[in-house]
Design a binder for this molecule. Structure first.
Ligand code: PGA
Length: 250
């Protein structure tokens, strides 16, 4: 059985004092869940979030990292730096980074390799634009992104990779993919993983859905057979709303 994961992506929101207050409010609301609860926070919140979340079941992640180990890359943060303060997860290749910060399938692949080398748990994002969806290219785009992201990753490591299927047209727009459409895309991603690594491994890889997930639509999405939880943006900025998503079974 694959574990369900509910990961918040705060994007460029929340000051340290707000992060601390959020985690203190969220903690009692999610103590008895069996689902993995993750908050991917801005770099400036990481240290505070990690301290506040100690001794809770809330895990902390970053939203990006550089693929090089160290060097003259002004403004960048490496996997080793994240690991050194006990960050556990990192988002790689979010569509906003692909769109605004020149992230490519190649840099996603390099970042993924560096994250795995330093034992960070990567959440790799793939997803199609509205234009590609309307042109009937969704499956081709997302399976290609998946294959290129995983290039050179061995079968032992691929099981440590979490994939987030996030249709770009559904991010921050209030438009959610229907549970059936999300399931179909996630099945296509799993099928691609099966082609590379075989059926057994493909059944074990965790694949999330992201794009306007909220408490009112999460249950139908997360109960689809291939959807293993969600990557949640806007609805992860409010503790009660986010806790309802974490506790979607109740
Ligand atoms: P959203 O963002 O939930 O606000 O649509 C999701 C994401 O970008 O990860």
């Amino acid at each position: 059985m694959r574990k369900k994961i509910i990961a918040g992506n705060w994007k460029m929101n929340m000051l340290p004092n707000e992060a601390i207050e959020f985690i203190q409010k969220l903690e009692p609301l999610v103590t008895d869940t069996n689902n993995e609860v993750i908050l991917c926070v801005p770099y400036t919140d990481l240290f505070y979030a990690l301290l506040t979340a100690q001794q809770t079941n809330i895990k902390i992640g970053a939203q990006n990292m550089h693929f090089e180990e160290k060097g003259a890359y002004t403004g960048e943060v490496s996997a080793e730096m994240l690991k050194s303060i006990n960050v556990e997860y990192v988002i790689i290749g979010h569509s906003e980074r692909r769109a605004y910060f020149a992230e490519t399938d190649e840099t996603v692949n390099k970042k993924l390799k560096s994250a795995l080398k330093h034992e960070l748990k990567p959440i790799v994002c793939v997803g199609e634009t509205l234009e590609s969806r309307e042109a009937g290219k969704t499956q081709k785009i997302i399976t290609t992104q998946t294959r290129l992201a995983l290039e050179g990753i061995n079968s032992e490591d691929v099981e440590k990779v979490i994939i987030a299927y996030e249709p770009i047209w559904a991010i921050g727009t209030g438009k959610t993919a229907t549970a059936e459409d999300a399931e179909e895309s996630i099945q296509a991603i799993r099928e691609e993983i099966k082609k590379i690594y075989g059926q057994e491994i493909s059944k074990r890889v965790i694949i999330l859905y992201g794009g306007s997930v909220k408490s009112s639509n999460c249950k139908e999405l997360f109960t689809m057979p291939d959807i293993d939880g969600g990557l949640v943006g806007g609805a992860s900025l409010e503790p009660i709303e986010f806790s309802k998503i974490v506790n979607y079974e109740k």
